[in-house]
Design a protein around this ligand. Sequence first.
Ligand code: SAM
Length: 306
Amino acid sequence: MSETQTISSTTSILENGHSLDFKVPKDSTVPQVPTGTGWNGTTIEAKDPYALMRDCNANSRLTAQHYLWKELLGFLVHPDIDTRAADLRVADVATGNGIWLQDFARGKPPSTELHGFDISLDQVGPKPWLPANIHMHTWNIFENVPDEFVGFFDIVHVRLITVVVKNNDPRPILANLRKLLKPGGYLQWDEVDTIGCSIKTVPGVSAANLDTLFSQLKGRDTWKYELKRIMDENGYTDSMLYTYEYGLGMARFWNDVYVSTWKEFADNALKTPEESGKLERNAMMETLNGASIMVPKLVWVTKKTD
Ligand SMILES: C[S@@+](CC[C@H](N)C(=O)[O-])C[C@H]1O[C@@H](n2cnc3c(N)ncnc32)[C@H](O)[C@@H]1O
């Protein structure tokens, strides 16, 4: 049997492309959540206190965001980091749906070893469909680094883990990421600048609701302003911080990603559906009138001391 199966659908597609209502056959069984180790090795029982969600909307947001990031930065790995070695070993920690890793794999020889780590792999595609040199692992960034990965990687990448940092202190995360690296290996950490952000409007448009909505999301992540120094004081050297800002022409695309992130956060954490629904509707009216959340992006590049 071939590895790829085609499963027939019960939905009829009309000639004009519209589909008839999907009718669930009486004898159909509800798909079961995998138990124990699932399709991707996910440990379903793992404690998963993540503040956002893992459904199709959350996953689509990660995908859209990835391409917006890539276009803004113009790279996946910063040009300060040499990626030419044929036996390069790269880790993407808190990999989400693994899109950064899959994108990076393109154009790299199969001898490159790529490993994704996340507390949950529920957003990653099926293992048999991933490139053979991509390996996914369930791992909590605050737990011990598995022995086989200590000092293993040339490059460790992390992106968008603001909600994972506890007590405004990135040190425990930096310490664990450092353990993954070879001496002289590089860490690239990509984040949103939730303090240097602003709301831009066309003249005369109010954005009070958009402002309130975004203040609920952005937190007080002052560690980002100390991170370069904290890196240099905690086993890393030559740390650099690069800042990237998009223009007004891209503002609406990014704005909707942030409103959608807030929506996930509101559904998952705030649990005030009526109030949140009203705020979202008003904020989107302001967006339609010509207002957007502007969030600069921060990229740190640093090196593990020898
Ligand atoms: C906003 S997503 C970013 C995903 C990906 N890095 C990207 O840029 O597309 C944050 C990811 O962090 C993961 N995460 C949350 N807590 C974690 C933890 N303690 N250890 C490892 N990963 C964690 C979540 O499961 C989620 O996939």
